[in-house]
Design a protein around this ligand. Structure first.
Ligand code: UN1
Length: 490
């Protein structure tokens, strides 16, 4: 597969350098993608800017009609897309289907917004004057999306941007660019006007930076690492752009002494080892009440022994590969740090291959116990199948440990006591809280995002996403026939 940029409604070949896309399950090359330059970003931004004027004039319900068509196409191609998604980033096929479904749901949900982009009417303080506020598009949206959810996260950003009248310049990740390529084909098939969505493939430092810096791109929406996110914030901030960031997590599952332990173990397993731990919502810490610690460790070990590791296309596989060699090495590095810091490695901890690790990037599901809350493995995002288990003596201590990290994306608590549950949902300081479920599994019609180092206050998904891609315009209509002045006594 030879992937091309999609700019102004055309597939652009150019004579750009190319890089391979590798299937992380077996090291095979599955496609080549171009490494674009500033020129391609300039062309895409120009096309997007030109198209935006017209697109904003299309009534929102008509813009939404394109999203319905995109949703139907995604549905039609669901199985094909899911398989390709597994091949490009490694997640197991069941999860890949779920991810494509997330994009389908988002298409229909945001299409519904086309008839519901509500503003407000507000009573004026003056007689014979009408006041209202309406949403207007920001302009051209620059979307920079990650490899771990290449179609879902793109849909969280592109669909609200489009329905509210923005056009898009999108840089997908080089690790999993094929969903973007397929998306481009769908945009073409449904007849989305040229320039409304432009897709530019390439390296972050070149293409990403060019998007963030481009004077015609007014809003940047980025999901990815904290290191890159703060660069995006700095650059975008200096240029006074609207910047929406979804960054890392250090999500915990709390297991209280009255928890349903079968359920808790299932929840931990799914959230820690699903997607090989490569979700920003993945469970990376288990904070367990001392009364049930031994029991939880025993049960987790038994359950971990049942996990089949392998190619995600095999329906028996429960844990697929991690995305690339660098990820393997990073995860391995954290395991070594955990051991050095004195945590007890009770299961896993190994790369399942020999150097140079180029035949599939597999890491054993890993469990550390005796982890102290201040250890590096309990503080930093690892993005791999590693659980750090921390013992506590009370709900208050569990909440404090949960909150005492720089991130604030997702948290979960297993308990059957109504007071514990209500206190926890109130005091856990993350943007997403689960009661009696793991830390993953956000639904598309609720706000998605986190507090503290996880972002900068914006949210993907749900109605909240519209706030990212629209500005409020306040409109006053004075029909008194005289000059009335607000705030001035007459
Ligand atoms: C992410 O890991 O970046 O809630 C997104 C979940 C998914 C989305 C995760 N629906 O785990």
């Amino acid at each position: 597969m030879n992937v091309k940029n999609y700019i102004d409604g055309c597939w652009r070949e150019g004579d750009l350098k190319t890089v391979p896309v590798i299937n992380p399950a077996n090291g095979e090359q599955i496609a080549m993608i171009p490494l674009s330059t500033q020129d391609e970003v300039d062309e895409a931004a120009l096309a997007a800017k030109r198209a935006q004027k017209q697109w904003a004039l299309v009534p929102a319900p008509k813009r939404a009609d394109y999203l319905y068509e995109i949703g139907y196409k995604l549905k039609e191609k669901k199985e094909y897309l899911a398989e390709l998604l597994t091949k490009e980033m490694g997640k197991v096929i069941e999860e890949a289907r779920g991810e494509v479904q997330e994009a389908i749901d988002m298409a229909f949900y945001m299409a519904g917004e086309g008839r519901r982009l509500f503003g407000e009417t507000v009573p004026s303080e003056l007689a014979n004057k009408f006041a209202m506020s309406v949403r207007t598009p920001v302009g051209v949206a620059g979307l920079i999306t990650p490899w771990n959810f290449p179609i879902a996260i793109a849909s969280w950003k592109a669909f609200p941007a489009l329905v509210s009248g923005n056009t898009v310049v999108w840089k997908p990740s080089n690790e999993s660019p094929l969903m973007a390529y397929e998306f481009g084909k769908i945009f073409e098939e449904v007849g989305l006007p040229p320039g409304v969505v432009n897709i530019v493939f390439g390296a972050g430092p070149t293409v990403g930076t060019a998007i963030v810096e481009h004077p015609d791109i007014s809003i940047i929406s980025f999901t990815g690492s904290n290191a890159t996110g703060s660069k995006v914030a700095e650059l975008g901030g200096r240029l006074l752009k609207k910047v929406s960031l979804e960054l890392g997590g250090k999500n915990a599952v709390i297991v209280m002494d009255d928890a349903n332990l079968d359920l808790a173990v299932e929840g931990i397993l799914w959230s820690a080892f699903g997607t090989a731990g490569q979700r920003c919502t993945a469970c990376s810490r288990v904070i367990v009440h001392k009364a049930v610690k031994e029991e939880i460790v025993d049960r987790l070990l038994k359950a971990m022994d049942q996990l089949t590791i392998g190619d995600g296309l095999d329906p028996k596989t429960k844990v697929g590969p991690v995305v690339n060699k660098a990820a393997l090495e990073k995860i391995n590095h954290y395991v070594q740090i955990g051991k050095q810091e004195g945590a007890t490695l009770v299961r896993g901890g190994n790369i399942l291959a020999d150097p140079p690790y180029d035949k599939g990037f597999y890491f054993e599901p890993t469990l550390f116990t005796d982890v102290r809350p201040d250890m590096t493995i309990a503080q930093e995002e690892i993005f791999g199948p590693i659980i750090s288990l921390i013992e506590v003596s009370s709900l208050d201590e569990a909440i404090e440990v949960n909150n005492n990290v720089k991130f604030g994306l997702s948290s979960a608590i297993f308990s059957q006591d109504v007071n514990t549950i209500f206190k926890a949902q109130h005091l856990l300081d993350t943007g997403i809280v689960y009661i009696n479920a793991g830390t993953t599994g956000a639904e598309i019609h609720l706000p998605f995002g986190g507090t503290k180092g996880t972002g900068n206050g914006h949210r993907d998904s749900g109605q909240a996403a519209l706030d990212v891609y629209t500005e409020w315009k306040s409109i006053y209509v004075d029909y008194s026939g005289k000059l009335q002045r607000a705030q001035i006594d007459t």
